[in-house]
Design a protein around this ligand. Structure first.
Ligand code: SF4
Ligand code: SF4
Length: 292
């Protein structure tokens, strides 16, 4: 394979036996809405998979020069499509999963465009009840659809693009978002951004467009705040959030015991209590750090 293509250095993803779980909302009065959302998610994943197969048949041999104007256009297009957060960073092969069980993506291009879409504030306030569950699913569908549109736009400009769908995905999105200077990871393992706190879903497009727009690394002071807070740890109904995160041999950090989280997560279609109680969601970054 060509050097331009990045591949996993062995990071394992969690294999979740989804057949062991049912989605209770499919047996609720909201079943129709939920099944429409699930269909949209599946369509988004299928388009991303189909485009990946085409991309990888004859992949580009080298990066392709991208002007500042090109990036301005991408940022503008992303905004018009409803993307609230965008960041840029080279792909870190340490963050690529060895076994992407959903999209089956094995190779990525050099550079990453990390994207975040806000989950509705009022819906997330209801967590772990139905509106929050529906919104959690809905943003998988909306962000996945939007990313496919943005990737098509990038291709229409003559560049290559691989969509990493927010459901599953071949790369550790929060770690890439931190590299792209979009925020820091909270104690519940989610990205906390200035704009939405923990209330966003993330995904990424890999591209051969280069060089990426530059950014100045920022200290968001979120870790300092988290150290004193710990509300998510106290409120998690499954006691799944570690008091002290585990630093793995491969350098990645585990914040949550997924075996404990997953049962409640499925039972409630997304739980999200650790988003709902977080002050960066409730109060917001700007009010917490008035001086910043
Ligand atoms: S999603 Fe729910 S169960 Fe899982 S870690 Fe967050 S609060 Fe705990
Ligand atoms: S609830 Fe508190 S400890 Fe948990 S992520 Fe939010 S700020 Fe950090």
């Amino acid at each position: 394979m060509d050097d331009l293509l990045k591949k996993s250095r062995g990071l394992k993803t969690r294999i979740i036996e989804i057949n062991n779980y049912t989605i209770p909302l499919l047996n609720s009065p909201m079943a129709d809405t939920v099944s429409k959302i699930i269909t949209k998610i599946i369509n988004g994943v299928n388009k991303a998979k189909k485009d990946y197969k085409k991309e990888i048949k004859i992949p580009p041999k080298e990066v392709q020069f991208a002007s500042e104007e090109f990036w301005d256009e991408i940022i503008e297009k992303a905004k018009t499509l409803g993307i609230g957060l965008i960041g840029f960073t080279p792909i870190d092969e340490n963050f690529i999963f060895e076994n992407d069980s959903i999209s089956r993506i094995k190779f990525l291009y050099d550079n990453g465009i990390v994207l975040g879409m806000e989950m509705n504030y009022d819906a997330m306030e209801t967590a772990p009840d139905t509106p929050a569950g529906i919104e959690s699913l809905n943003i998988y569908a909306e962000l996945g659809h939007t990313m496919n549109q943005l990737a098509d736009f990038i291709r229409s400009k003559g560049f290559s693009a691989i969509v990493c769908h927010p459901l599953g995905g071949p790369i550790l999105f929060p770690a890439m978002a931190v590299k792209a200077n979009m925020g820091e990871i909270g104690r519940q393992g989610l990205l906390i951004s200035k704009k939405y706190g923990p209330r966003q879903r993330l995904s990424m497009i890999a591209t051969n467009a280069s060089p990426l727009p530059e950014h100045t690394p920022e200290d968001f002071k979120i870790h300092e705040y988290c150290k004193k807070c710990g509300i998510c740890i106290k409120k998690c109904p499954s006691k799944a959030i570690y008091e002290e995160p585990i630093i793995n041999q491969d350098g990645t950090i585990t914040h949550i015991d997924w075996k404990k989280c997953i049962e409640y997560f499925y039972k409630t279609t997304g739980c999200s209590i650790c988003i709902q109680v977080c002050p960066f969601h409730k109060i917001g970054y700007k009010k917490i750090f008035k001086d910043r």
